[in-house]
Design a protein around this ligand. Structure first.
Ligand code: BTN
Length: 262
């Protein structure tokens, strides 16, 4: 990874080239605390599926497990999509994994060795380049899913929040056109949504790009407990199956750290 301290040019998104998938619409805001919060609020007010809000500068982004996700102006793609999945509630836990798969698929032609850490951290050689937060929101017309995606585009090393993070610019010495990439990620997500009805196919596709399976992992559970074991599989509900002294356990939520290859 080249070491760069000078930011690459950071042009704004081009409103004339925004390309939402059929039935979706994109709103760009200069600044927002959290695009997930904005889309959740619009959903509660009755907004239809397909609203996408992109923030040129997100100042209080929400991450998984109550973390924050902040990025300098126009240095990242930070956006949220409102979905009302038709799939049965039992299959909704697949949505975060599907979103990770969609982002991986949109990035794979631009980045070498882009893979997923369960459930949906997008990594390049163990460094995180994109994160996804899917929130279920209750609205007067039923539950919706808000899919929030943050992709590091042109951050320099000293603009990244943790050592094990990276940006597209750091990896390949050039920043992709954010307007194009936004269209590609949305197209990928839109195209894959139908697969939510077929979790077996989704599971097979997901396992192909998930680098967690076969690794020794530390699982930080929401309770605060940490369990070490080998990541064996992803089950039919999207849970990570990890070996333990008492037999295999299924992990539905938690933070996974790749310890080393087993
Ligand atoms: C993670 O912790 O890895 C998930 C990070 C998700 C960040 C994105 S940025 C756009 C959207 N709005 C938010 O407030 N969070 C998500």
């Amino acid at each position: 990874m080249p070491v760069t301290t000078t930011p690459a040019p950071r042009p704004p998104l081009d409103p004339d080239r925004l390309a939402p998938p059929p039935g979706w619409r994109i709103e760009v805001v200069d600044e927002a605390g959290s695009t997930n919060a904005l889309v959740s609020e619009r959903a509660r007010q009755g907004e239809e599926e397909g609203l996408v809000i992109v923030a040129e500068h997100q100042t209080a982004g929400r991450g998984r497990l109550d973390r924050v996700w902040e990025t300098p102006p126009r240095a990242a793609l930070t956006f949220s999509v409102l979905l009302r999945p038709a799939a049965p509630s039992a299959d909704w836990p697949w949505l975060p994994l599907l979103a990770g798969y969609a982002v991986q698929a949109a990035l794979v032609d631009r980045l070498p060795a882009v893979a997923l850490k369960w459930p949906n951290d997008v990594l390049v050689e163990e460094r995180k380049i994109a994160g996804i937060l899917v929130e279920r929101v209750e609205t007067p017309s039923g539950p919706v899913a808000v899919v929030g995606i943050g992709i590091n585009i042109s951050q320099t090393l000293d603009e990244l929040p943790v050592a094990l993070a990276t940006s597209v610019h750091l990896e390949v010495s050039q920043s992709p056109d954010r307007t194009d990439l936004l269209g590609q990620v949305l197209g990928s997500l839109h195209g894959l949504l139908g697969v939510l009805d077929d979790p077996a196919s989704l599971r097979a596709a997901y396992l192909d790009v998930c680098s967690t399976i076969g690794r020794e992992v530390d699982v930080h559970l929401p309770s605060g407990d940490v369990r070490r074991g080998e990541a064996l599989d992803v089950d039919s509900h999207g849970a990570l199956v990890v070996s333990s002294p008492d037999g295999a356990m299924a992990v539905n939520a938690g933070d996974v750290i790749h310890v080393r290859a087993t």
